[in-house]
Design a protein around this ligand. Structure first.
Ligand SMILES: [Zn+2]
Length: 235
């Protein structure tokens, strides 16, 4: 009886370990089981990447003109079903010379999904990105940053990169001032900043504008993920 209890105790501990490990793995910003993942680039140059998740939406013209004002290039991780809704907005992003990445078709957590489901989410969105006129390699960013086994495996098979981030003000701060402060406190050369201005009624655009202004004053330049990676230190 005692032995049985001991074994079931051990089994529960093992399961808990696996669950915690799986949870950590699913959310890890700088590690996945297969393929290349970038959350930040080691560089000696004063460059950083602004990345925007979700959309496109009707906020695109406002976002593009802000970027223009600061001669900034950014990377947009777009959702397939939103491109289908606003194809001309996706085109406008491409025409302005920014980078576009794939952020899935339906923006569902790709954690316990079949390979067929993941494949379809990727290819439907790729097709729409191509229809918008984008010609570069299409990197991927997982919805909610979550990935476990099937997604990284599939991305690796397709030889495409997963792009994460190392600065996410929306998670660690709530007001405009706090978010800006969080970015300024944590910024370093080669940082990848995540913002969500697409479905925002103004605050996130304010955060974006202040970051552009403050970091430009500090002589940082804003470049696409591709450009940032071209300036990575050799190691
Ligand atoms: Zn998202």
């Amino acid at each position: 009886m005692k032995k049985k209890l001991l074994w079931s105790g051990l089994a529960i501990c093992c399961l808990m370990f696996l669950a915690i490990g799986g949870y950590k793995l699913m959310n890890a910003r700088e590690f996945q089981l297969f393929g290349e993942l970038t959350a930040k680039v080691e560089t000696d140059e004063k460059i950083v990447a602004l990345t925007f998740d979700d959309g496109p939406s009707e906020n695109v013209p406002g976002i593009l003109s802000l970027l223009d004002e600061y001669q900034a290039k950014a990377t947009f991780f777009l959702i397939g079903q939103d491109i289908a809704k606003y194809p001309e907005m996706a085109k406008a992003i491409v025409d302005a010379g920014h980078q576009i990445g794939n952020h899935s078709y339906t923006h569902t957590r790709m954690v316990v999904k079949s390979p067929a489901f993941v494949k379809k989410e990727l290819s439907l969105t790729d097709d729409l990105i191509r229809d918008a006129g984008y010609e570069g390699d299409i990197d991927f960013r997982p919805p909610f940053g979550k990935k476990l086994v099937v997604l990284p495996w599939m991305l690796n098979n397709q030889k495409r990169e997963t792009i994460m981030w190392n600065i996410e003000p929306d998670t660690y701060a709530s007001s405009v001032e706090e978010k800006v402060k969080y970015v300024l406190d944590n910024i370093e050369k080669g940082s990848i900043i995540l913002l969500h201005p697409m479905y925002d009624d103004g605050e996130e655009l304010q955060v974006m504008e202040t970051i552009l202004k403050e970091l430009t004053e500090q002589n940082y330049r804003f470049v696409t993920i591709d450009e940032l990676q071209k300036h990575a230190n050799e190691n």
